[in-house]
Every structure is written in C-alpha cells, then in structure tokens.
Design a protein around this ligand. Sequence first.
Ligand SMILES: Nc1nc2c(c(=O)[nH]1)N[C@H]1C(S)=C(S)[C@@H](COP(=O)(O)OP(=O)(O)OC[C@H]3O[C@@H](n4cnc5c(=O)[nH]c(N)nc54)[C@H](O)[C@@H]3O)O[C@H]1N2
Ligand SMILES: Nc1nc2c(c(=O)[nH]1)N[C@H]1C(S)=C(S)[C@@H](COP(=O)(O)OP(=O)(O)OC[C@H]3O[C@@H](n4cnc5c(=O)[nH]c(N)nc54)[C@H](O)[C@@H]3O)O[C@H]1N2
Ligand code: SF4
Ligand SMILES: [Mo]
Length: 755
Amino acid sequence: MTNPFNAETEPPTLDTSKPVMGGGWQVISYWAEKTLDVKGGMLWKTLLHKSACLSCAWGTGGQKGGFQNEDEENLQRCAKSVEAIASELMEPIPQHFFEQYSIPELQKLNSMQADSLGRLSFPVIKRANSDRYERITWDEVYAIVTKAFQKAPERLGSYSSGRSSNEAAYLLQLLMRSLGSNNLADCSDLCHSASTVGLKRVFGSGTSMVSLADLKQSDCIVLIGSNAPANHPRLMNELIKLRDRGGKVIVINPLIEVGLVKFASPAYPIKSFLKGSEISSHYIQPISGSDTAVLLGIQKSLLENNWINYEFLQQHTEGWEAVIEQLRSLDWADILNTCGVSREELEIAAEMIGTSQRVVFAWAMGITQHSNAVDNIFSIANTALLTGNAGKEGAGTMPIRGHSNVQGFGSMGVTIRLKEEIMQALEQLLQRSLSRVQGYDTRALIEASDRHEIDTLLCLGGNIYAANPDLTQAKRALGNIETIIYISTKPNLGHFYGLAKENTLILPVFARFENPHKTTTESGNNFVRLNDEGTSHLHQREGTDLISEVEFLSELADRLHGHDVINWRSLQDPKYIRQLIAKTIPDYAKIGEIDDTNQEFTIANRIFHTPNFPTRSGKAKMFVTPLPKLEIPTLASFNLPEYTKAIALILGTGRSYSQHNTVVYKDGDYYRGMPHRNCILMSKADGDRAGFQEHQRVTVRGNAGEMANVEIIYGQIREGSALMFYPEVNAIFSAPIDEHCGTPAFKRVPIAVYI
Ligand SMILES: Nc1nc2c(c(=O)[nH]1)N[C@H]1C(S)=C(S)[C@@H](COP(=O)(O)OP(=O)(O)OC[C@H]3O[C@@H](n4cnc5c(=O)[nH]c(N)nc54)[C@H](O)[C@@H]3O)O[C@H]1N2
Ligand SMILES: Nc1nc2c(c(=O)[nH]1)N[C@H]1C(S)=C(S)[C@@H](COP(=O)(O)OP(=O)(O)OC[C@H]3O[C@@H](n4cnc5c(=O)[nH]c(N)nc54)[C@H](O)[C@@H]3O)O[C@H]1N2
Ligand code: SF4
Ligand SMILES: [Mo]
C-alpha cells in the first residue's frame, strides 16, 4: 500500500468541457441579477431582516443579523438564500387567474411554471362539483375545516415540511394529539428519519453532536452522500478552512460533484474565488447503495492497521466486541465486490481517519434514502466510535439536515416516534391521557389514504404529492381523502394534482420574514434562532387576505376545543406557545426567556464534548451492520417494448443545482452539464456498452411508468449508476422503504434505459 500522506491522492480529473469547479461566477452573477433588479431593494431588505434563512438547515441569519452565522461570522448568505427569498417576493396571483383556469389547464404547468405564478394571497377552494379553484372567505374556511376535523381521530392526518416555525410546528402536533390523532407525517420521513432513528439507538440522541465551533476544530471530515456545494453552500466555507489548516476531506459519492473537488467561494474573494479551493483530499466513488460496505472496508483496514481505540471502546461503548468480530471474519473480497472500490482506496481513507485527531462524519441523502439506511447510520457511527471520534470537541457524527426548520419540527413533537417523556409532559399540560396508537408516517399515510382510511388531511407547507414516489399512487391516494387543506405560501404541483374527493383548500400564509410576530427555528447544528416580526409586500394590498400559520392553527384549535384547559386563542401570540414549549420540550427551557432576553441558544444536551451519552448505560451502543445485498437490475425484469439498444442501471434521484425540493427555480444544472431537466446523467462507459451516444434521446422506464425523450448526458458517475431529477422522475417508480425508519429508497431505483 502506498502511504497516502506522502503522495496525497490526486484529486479526480475533471472533464474540462464541463465546469471544473463549484461556486464561482455563476453564483455571483445570480446574486447580482437578483439584487440589482427592480425588486433588488426589497430583496436586500429581506436579506438584512433578522430571521433565519428560508432555505437549508445550515441556519444562517437570525437575531444577530441576516448575514451572520451563530459564530457571528459575516457574509454567510448564499445564492440559495437569494433564490428562496426572491421566490417569496413575487407579486400575488390575481383572483381572476383562478376563475379563468381550470384544473386540467393548471395541470399542464410544470413545477417551475407553477411556482412562478406568484404568491398565494387569499384562500381558495376546489369543490367536488367544480373544475377550478374559487375564492372563499376565512369564515367559510373555518366552517369547512372545523367540520372536516369532526371525524374519528385515526382518520385525521397531517403532513408538514420544515419550512414553518417551531411555534407553528408545536401547535400542529398539540392540535392533532389533543384530537386523539398521532398521524403526524412529516417531510423528514422522506429525508433524515434514518439518521434520527439510527443515532438515537446508538447515542440516545437523534441530532448532530457537532457544533459549528466543533467543525472548526476538526482535522478530517468524511462527507458521505452530500452535494453540499448546491444544497448546503455555507458548509463549503468550513471545508475550505479545514483544508487550509492542513485537514483532510474524504468524499464518498458515486458521482464526482465538481464542487466537492474544487469550490470557488464568494466568501473569500481573493483567496478562493478566483482560482477555486481544493476540497476533497480523497474521493471514493462506490457502487450506489454500498456505503455500508465502504465503511466496513474502512473499519477492517482500521483494525488491521491498529488504529482502533480499544480504551475508548471498553469505557464508552457497548456491543463493540461483536463489531470487531464481524470485521475479523469479513472477507475482503466480499467487501470489495459489494462496493466496487479497491482495497487501496479504502486503506487510504482508513489511514486518513486513523491518523487524524478529530474526525467529523457528515452525511446527507446519499446515505438516508436507501432500504438499509439505518444500517448505513450504524456503520457511520461504528467508524466514529472505533476511532474514538465521538464525545469530544471537534469530532463526531453530523447529519446535514434538509429544510431550514425540519429539525425543529422533530424537536417540537411533529413525529410518529414521540419520546415518552414529551408524551407525558403533554398529558400533564392537557390534563388527560393521550392516544398511544401508532401514527402514520408519510409513506404509511399515503398507503392508508390509498386504502380509503383517511378523511381529512392538513398540510402545513410542503408538497406531499410530488415529494412521494409513484405519483400515480400519490394522486389516487390523495383523491380518496374527503378534505385536504394546504397551508402554503406558493402554488405547487400538489395543489393541482393532489386533489381531495370533496373539498381541497389552499390557505395563504406569511413567509418567515413576514410574520407579524416573532418566531423561532432550529438549525441542523442545534442552534435556536429568533426571527423578528416583519411585514409583507402583500400586506394591505388590494384583494389580498393572508394570515400567519400560528393564527390559523390557534383559531382552528379554539373552534374545535373552545376554552378547555388551554386557552387556545391566546396562542395567537406565539409568546405563549413558547411558554408551553419551555414546559414540555426537554432541553428547550431557554425558549421561555427568549422574549425577554433575545438570546438565541444552543439546545442543551445535544452537543457531546465528553463521551457520556444519553443512553441508559451512558455508553454508546454499537450494532453489527451486514454487508448490503445489492440486487443488480436486469433488462428482463422491465418487460420492455421492442427496442434496439438498452441498458439496466441504478438511478439515484435528487436535486439539480437550481431547485428547492419539488420547487424548480431554473431549468438545467450548470455544474453537472445538464442543460435541462429531462436529462439522465450516466457514465460514458455505460453509454458505450449500450451503444448510445451522448445527447441522444432515450426512454427511461421504472417499475411504475416511463419518461420519454430523455437526453443522455455523460458525467463522472460510477458505472452502473445514473442520476435524474425529482420531482418529475417520481412519476416512474415506486420504492421500497427501510422498515426501521420508513424512508423510501430514492437513491437506488432500478431502471431500464432504451431506444
Ligand atoms: N439549494 C437547495 N438546497 C437544499 C435543498 C434543495 O432542494 N435545494 N433541499 C434541502 C433538503 S430538504 C435536503 S434533504 C438536503 C439534500 O441535500 P443532499 O443530500 O446533498 O441532496 P441530494 O440531491 O438528494 O443528493 C445528495 C448526493 O447523494 C449522492 N448519492 C446518490 N446515491 C448515493 C449513494 O448510494 N451513496 C452515496 N454515498 N452518495 C449517493 C448524489 O450523487 C448527491 O451528490 O438539501 C437541503 N438544501
Ligand atoms: N425522488 C426523490 N423524491 C424526494 C427526494 C429525493 O431526493 N428524491 N427528497 C425527499 C426530501 S429529502 C424531502 S425533504 C421532500 C420535500 O418535500 P416537501 O417538503 O413536501 O416539499 P417542498 O418542495 O419543500 O415544499 C414546497 C412548498 O412549501 C410551501 N412553503 C414554502 N415556504 C413555506 C412556509 O413558510 N410556510 C408554509 N406553510 N408553506 C411554505 C410552498 O407552497 C412550496 O411550494 O421530498 C422528498 N422526495
Ligand atoms: S447555507 Fe443554507 S442556511 Fe446558509 S445561506 Fe445558504 S441556504 Fe441559507
Ligand atoms: Mo429533505
């Protein structure tokens, strides 16, 4: 084996006909275009507003000013933030629009067109006997919704996406549980629930144990299944700084993302921006879905080279003996065959980890959206524990969370796996016992709806239709529900396809920076942000009639419950919700004082600087992770019509550079050289094998449908793997879930590509 530190592995070579680094002028020109145009003034005002960024969970912004992170470092807003704000600053959709266009006409719009219609600014309803949405009054809204909630509790459901505040999230779950329903589906079910479930079992705590300050002390970061340059751009600054202080970045990803090789950060105008900064020290490109095998290989090499910290294992972990035993007995050939990576590459990674002092393991959807997702989390945790990289400063496990406040939703109890401690605190608050019936997560909710077992669905943000696999099923399932209430800021495809049997309502609400009251949010780094009250450009505009999420939910609760042990209507002022949160949510006590102190804070007992973990024994639990058994798709299983050329591949579905989840902002993905959304990225080797040419148009078939006229783009993706963009691609496949966490295998979809 060559010594990786004498000859650091060459960064992967890039195809110079495509962009050779992430960030750069594309980012700045987008900033300039948006901030200097006629709406630029409004955009700047919003960027400077004291509230957390709307976009990802890195959590920039907040009380210290719109441009600061929690360490008070400046220039921390990225182009994604601008993208998200610009979208909310659009003009309102006029009333005559809904009168003019029928549902079939609205269904002709794609995601980008739907979003660009403008802001929703008055409540509308689509009734069973009508083919279009029409405006209604709030009084009628409350009458319909109140009636819709008078159903058996197990037939009520909610779905939420982490865009709203902690206060709205807390109210949502309190309302649902007080009605007797635990059906609190959430976008995290499709996202990081494997991380929450896995980390809780290992460490007794389901969130990141690494603070931003810790990240700044680490000397090695292992970044697995994350496209941070696009989805968490400010994390790139930390990687640049880590490389500058001599640290290592190990990337594990079947696709070479240019921004993970080299990134030009506008935060460092001179140093990084012009030339770009090197990011990855070592780039491992495994077979999609084989991450547990990669990690087992790294662990085996750690064992063989004596980089295991036995003292740490003995003192601070349980179950380590079985893990070591598994590593001893595993055959190298099986590991290498499963992941398709050479032993030398795994040994290089092991040496980097084994000889570093403070290693952070960070991951995103490439790890969690698999049918063995929780095993993936266990194997990441095992790698950290074997080397003593948990429970000390500058080291540990760090899920990179998705939506800006998705983690806050979990903390507030919007989950089907509520901690018993919170359940009891809520019972005390409501002075009665609450249902312990297992609730539906997102996939289970769709399945239950498909079985006609849901009558009423309240969606606090998000796009439950387009975020799910198998859009035919999603549409059918939602169509079985009597009443669906979408609380939204912008129109999306869900509003046009996810139609209820009787009444579908879209209720317009203020965005985070527009709320007439303060709210809070929680970043992926466990930092609670205070968002100032604000104003909306839509406020008091002729014909507009928006409210806040908190106002709607507390008014609904008041109408449903009247004045019981809780004065629901008083919760219109979120100050009182914060008091309830402080009383019932563990380690959130400081939120009770935030209105007086304005002090943002790190949530207690989440960041571990000593290896005492909140498990029963105080030790971390290690679980043996089996090598994944990856089925390789064959053309025979697709029942293809006549074709001339074809190949079966594994598809990873995910985000383009210019979209936020199901909302597309711009066509194409410059960084991956994909000119529009109807593209499939595959390796040239696979293209050659099938007899395709780059730019040729093909049909892509999954197990639930197919997409025609898809353009082939060659990229540096692992042979056998391909990439396409959601939500469009969700039309063509249904996906198995990981039974432990309910997350669909969005990153390992068998497809046939043919002409
Ligand atoms: N601009 C922007 N920011 C966002 C979002 C957005 O849509 N747009 N969405 C937010 C949300 S909700 C989330 S959850 C996050 C998502 O952030 P990410 O997880 O970064 O996004 P994805 O596009 O799902 O894909 C992640 C990466 O996984 C890799 N991958 C695919 N399969 C595998 C595999 O089997 N193994 C490994 N190791 N890697 C694999 C892909 O090549 C890709 O680079 O971003 C958040 N931030
Ligand atoms: N194939 C495939 N499917 C996936 C994924 C994948 O990688 N591949 N990723 C999954 C993941 S990680 C996630 S998180 C889900 C995302 O799924 P969702 O969270 O359900 O979807 P979004 O597209 O983020 O929701 C966008 C809508 O939220 C509303 N919204 C925005 N801001 C606010 C606000 O402040 N308040 C309210 N009330 N509404 C607001 C707007 O109406 C907007 O149209 O998709 C999942 N689906
Ligand atoms: S990194 Fe995330 S939170 Fe920070 S400015 Fe960019 S999108 Fe917003
Ligand atoms: Mo997500």
